[in-house]
Design a protein around this ligand. Structure first.
Ligand code: ACO
Length: 430
């Protein structure tokens, strides 16, 4: 043992007492990892970690999470600072370039995205071919995959300029595709982007405007988009922008690892995000609150959530990484409180949510399992107040997260040592 190096971990195979040494790689922050890349070659065994609860699948310098402390940072900057002091576009620039933009850089980036926000007429026809009953996430995933056929079907992965253009193009077009998907599900005409409007305002405009770009006219005048609504949605985009190796980002990296087109990789990320254990939870939270219906029914549903023989789960509670409050949920809870009066948040839903929250935060079942409200618990009530329909909630998550997926694609591509993702298995068949 005395000859073993200190920056290693020793594995003893008790079947034959052989000793193996594996290098420990230190992170700049957070847990170190054991480099087991040679484990199979050296020992003849694989590791088994279903759900990757103890596996680092890559090296990354984009986002840092401390799940015990409830800390989240993009490129080293705390999420609360980013959400309260910067716009979503500044955060996008930060994720892509590792630094916040100066005034000129921000203006150029903003203008480029505005001008790239239009989609091809043929793509519009593809969206039109979906049934009106189609879920926006189904349309979004398909249309993003289809985008590969319209742009760089034979993308030169080594051409920096082409690759950067691809990155900006997808971030710019996602809100348009999402808005078109939404309007298709309502069976109403599409509204083209307005390049005079900012990224987030433009998205609300494409959801709300009438043909010809007119906004709704009421007895009190024209219903313009309020600055506070833009700020609220912009904050939601920022909070969703990245979250290190979550399920959808891992899917994006894995698909990209085969050399597939980046838009196809992002389309796979959209599909992964749709699930209710991931981004689909925001839609499920509101459905669940509506199903509960009244504060009088909350106890009954809390009991169901705690019953080991009932698979009912409280949507918007729990997280694989956060074992303390989700810091994004904290920002949204504050935002929800600020918006209560101004945006007329649904008081019945808020009352039910608030009772669930207070019971769960003091109940032994939830405390012992570290089940705190996550970001999805609060986002739905705010999105409802922004007059965004429930089936669009996960599409909103996609718009925010798209930049994170792109940043991970760029990081993956820049790593000369990146390999195709190809795990092994513990065979249990005949
Ligand atoms: N309600 C009730 N009990 C729960 C909940 C919940 N929301 N979440 C976890 N538990 C319980 C489990 O039943 C389990 O209990 P047990 O130990 O008695 O068997 C224990 O807590 C651990 O749960 P796991 O499923 O093992 O935890 P995991 O880390 O795999 O799952 C997940 C995390 C998927 C987020 C889970 O908490 C969940 O399903 N939450 C509801 C869906 C949700 O809100 N998803 C959004 C996540 S955030 C995001 O993607 C943006």
């Amino acid at each position: 043992m005395s000859t073993l190096q200190t920056n290693t971990m020793t594995l003893i195979d008790n079947r034959d007492s052989k000793v193996y040494e594996f290098k420990i790689l230190d992170a700049t922050r957070g847990p170190s990892v054991i480099d087991i890349a040679t484990l199979y070659k050296d020992t003849g065994v694989f590791t088994y970690d279903s759900g990757y609860t103890a596996t680092a699948s890559c090296k990354s310098s984009i986002t840092y999470i401390d799940g015990e402390k409830g800390e989240l940072r993009y490129r080293g900057i705390d999420i609360n600072t980013l959400a309260t002091k910067y716009t979503y576009l500044e955060v996008c620039y930060l994720l892509l370039h590792s630094v916040l933009p100066n005034k000129k850089e921000l203006l150029d980036f903003d203008l480029e995205l505005r001008h790239r926000s239009f989609i091809e007429e043929d793509l519009k026809r593809l969206i039109n071919a979906f049934p009106d009953s189609a879920h926006p996430m189904s349309i979004l995933s398909s249309s993003v995959a289809a985008l590969a056929s319209f742009h760089y079907e034979h993308l030169d992965m080594n051409n920096e300029k082409e690759y950067a253009e691809m990155a900006h193009r997808i971030i710019a077009k996602i809100p348009t595709l999402a808005a078109f998907a939404y309007r298709k599900s309502l069976g109403i005409p599409f509204i083209y982007p307005d390049i005079d409007r900012s990224f987030t305002e433009n998205f609300l405009y494409m959801l709300r405007a009438y043909p010809g770009g007119k906004m709704k006219r009421t007895a009190d005048g024209i219903e313009e988009i309020k600055a506070i609504e833009i700020k609220a949605l912009d904050t939601i985009f920022t909070l969703h922008a990245d979250h290190e190796q979550n399920a959808s980002t891992t899917v994006v990296r894995n698909v990209a690892s085969t050399g597939a087109h980046p838009f196809v990789a992002i389309s796979s990320g959209i599909s992964a995000l749709w699930g209710r254990a991931h981004g689909g939870a925001n839609e499920s939270v509101i459905m669940q609150l509506e199903m509960i219906g009244s504060v009088d029914n909350v106890d009954k549903y809390i009991a169901k959530a705690k019953d080991p023989n009932d698979d009912f789960r409280l949507m918007g509670f729990g997280h694989r990484v956060y074992k303390n409050f989700d810091p994004r949920a904290k920002v949204l809870k504050d935002l929800q409180d600020q918006l209560k009066e101004e945006l007329h948040l649904d008081s019945n839903l808020m009352e039910i949510a608030s009772k669930i929250e207070s019971i769960a935060l003091s109940d032994e079942y939830f405390i012992s399992r570290n089940l705190y409200p996550n970001i999805d618990f609060y986002s739905g009530v705010i999105l409802t107040a922004l007059k965004i329909d429930r089936p669009m909630f996960t599409a909103i998550f996609v718009i925010g997260r798209c930049v994170g997926w792109v940043a991970h694609l760029l990081e993956f591509k820049a790593d000369a040592k990146s390999k195709i993702a190809r795990p092994r298995q513990l065979y249990t068949g005949k």
